[in-house]
Write a protein that binds this ligand. Sequence first.
Ligand code: NG6
Ligand code: CA
Length: 503
Amino acid sequence: MERKNKGYIILLLITLFAAGWRDVAAQSRPNIIILYADDLGYGDVGCYGASAVKTPNIDHLAARGIRFTDAHCSAATCTPSRVSLLTGIYAFRRKAAVLPGDAPLLIQPGTVTLPGMLQQAGYATAVIGKWHLGLGNGVIDWNGHITPGPNELGFDYSFIIPATTDRVPTVFVENGRVPNLDTSDPIAVSYAGKIGDEPTGLSDPQLLKQRADTQHSNTIVNGISRIGFMTGGKRARWVDEEIPMVLNGKAKDFIIQHKSQPFFLYYPFPNIHVPRAPNRKFAGTTKLGPRGDVIVEMDWMVGEVTHLLDSLGIAENTLIIFSSDNGPVLDDGYEDHAVKLNNGHQPAGIFRGGKYSAFEAGTRVSTITYWPGTIKPGVSAALCSQVDLLASLAALTGRQLPAGAAQDSRNELDVWLGRLKQGRQYLLEESYTLSLRKGTWKYIAPQEQPVPEWLKNKKIEPGLEQVPQLYDLQRDPREAHNVADQHPEIVKALKAELEKIKL
Ligand code: NG6
Ligand code: CA
């Protein structure tokens, strides 16, 4: 063979090999997007039975992906669920509770995290949306570089709502800095007492778009009173009705910029947490009032992302996981008429309880995985928990976790991808107590933590008793009949199992 031809053949082989390698790499390193709703219940979207609110984009994911009927966030409130999702460690181990807006970062830099693990696997990583895991080391200077934060935990890019939209400061933080801040109007924040002379919900209720309970009646921003007091930063403050558009713009930019390399986008929506302030485009689109309208708005956000993936031709190389951080709540502090306008809508489906509750609806949430071409569409009744996503996605991307890291996270990849119908043997649900699912049984330990006073005044069933509770979910999925007295041996066994987990 002539030398020239030999050269061509070698070149051809190299090219073919490289192309093949790229395919294999693409298969094991798909883009990963977690679309994470806030306070969305099991029954709040069309594919889970809602008829009062139309969610075609979420339903599309379910129709072409897997719709889970027994998937759980780790806890019945936000911060605990999010800390478990990102670290693969149960929240009770670090006594995580709902954080105020000026709390320090809850996760120590250096901890193995979901974004950090994917970053090491070669992913470009971003969080765009609600954070609520604390920032900084103590006293935060909102006018300087706010660190540590998401960028120190493995996110290359962060554009966050620091806590919740009902808490100050009502400004975004982009890679540790408040964008658009006018240095001559510095931000000050206090959760200890009033600062400055800005109107509050109690002093000037006539300025409010929605009235609120006492806890949510501090500084008024954009006609909405918040938890906590703030002054300054006027130019940087968000307009609630525009937040979905701002976040979607950032999310789309990130996807477009990284379309040719593996990326991980953690996209925690502010919807459908209070204050519910839908954009004009969505206000009035349901008969449920603002709570229904912000579900429609969120469905639009989902559609914007999936349509972009389609138009970039990367949908088949992208795994989407859609879920929520805790169960539903109608009245969470603002007068947005969610209770009055509910009209038979079932936010929790057939389940009992909701946000804050030890009953099923606290953590059993709508959950979908979608990866066209790889995931075979279907419905899965497997018992599964978001705490397992870290280990499962490590397995997907071929990463070995260091010993002792993500101690509560298990590789359940085959379940998430619908290849296996059998999920976890047992599952922990966190609330103001701990509950354990095993087989058809659910054990709820006697109340472990005090319930805040304000929760007692709400129409929320915390599911707490001073005695053990036991339910047979096969016969009694609504947890109406406590059968602990009839099955002391099962109570004893589940209690012992729970004690082992707590070690
Ligand atoms: C509670 C707030 C509630 C909500 C919740 C956190 C009061 C009376 N209620 O303390 O409105 O912000 O915290 O929700 O303060 S979560 O989804 O972020 O966990
Ligand atoms: Ca929440």
